[in-house]
Design a protein around this ligand. Structure first.
Ligand code: AMP
Length: 216
């Protein structure tokens, strides 16, 4: 089964994707994580991606599509994938459709985690990450535990793309380039929406039911 999680930055896609992948056995694929891993490893791809990520812009389609298609071509992706942060443009969605079709597969469902702009701005404002592993916390909603520090260190950083100018830009980029995917998957009869302003647990439950309905 191939599933897409769609939603604005800060909708909780990452958190939901990790939990849902554990519950379903699907392979969690996050293009944002792939870029950040490349950056940590000092690859050319990572350095190129950083110039876009820091400004809250999208990494160009050709680079992103090539990286993602290479990843889904590996054997461990045969169990099915949960895409988190990909596709982000109609071009990427079309490339994914074609690649899956060549493998005899298709997207089963795209789940939109729906959250208002006001709520997104509130959430992204307090987001901090572990300086070592990149795990995401929130100063108000999910503060790092001072008694059990992540990676043994209390050092938290704000990702450059979580700074106020970049947040505004990421929201605009989402509206311009990614939101058209709502129409794209609605037309294909593959869109389901869950309310992303509930507790993370409730969002997880709704997400799982959306997947179950689509696998029947
Ligand atoms: P994320 O962790 O999904 O919020 O992604 C962080 C950043 O990585 C984004 O703001 C983009 O700069 C870049 N990125 C991640 N996924 C994509 C994608 N599918 N297309 C283009 N850029 C992406």
């Amino acid at each position: 089964m191939y599933v897409i999680l769609l939603g604005p930055p800060g909708a909780g896609k990452g958190t939901q994707a990790v939990q849902t992948a554990e519950r379903t056995g699907l392979l969690h694929l996050s293009t944002g994580d792939m870029f950040r891993e490349n950056l940590r490893n000092g690859t050319e791809l990572g350095n190129l991606a950083k110039t876009y990520m820091d400004k809250g812009e999208l990494v160009p389609d050709d680079v992103t599509i090539r990286m993602l298609l290479e990843r889904i071509g590996r054997d461990d992706a045969n169990v099915g994938c949960l895409f988190d942060g990909f596709p982000r443009t109609v071009e990427q969605a079309k490339a994914l459709d074609i690649a899956l079709k060549e493998q005899g597969n298709e997207i089963a469902v795209t789940v939109l985690i729906d959250v208002s702009n006001e709520e997104i701005t509130r959430r992204l404002g307090g987001r901090v990450s572990c300086a070592t592993c990149g795990s995401v916390f929130h100063e108000i909603f999910n503060p790092p535990d001072a008694n059990r520090p992540c990676c043994g260190t209390v050092k938290m950083i704000q990702r450059d793309d979580d700074k106020p100018e970049a947040i505004a830009n990421r929201l605009q980029v989402y509206a311009d380039q990614t939101e058209p995917l709502v129409a794209y998957y609605t037309q294909a009869g593959k869109l389901k929406t869950v309310n992303g302003e509930q507790s993370p647990e409730a969002v997880g439950v709704d997400l799982l039911s959306a997947l179950q309905e689509s696998s029947n």
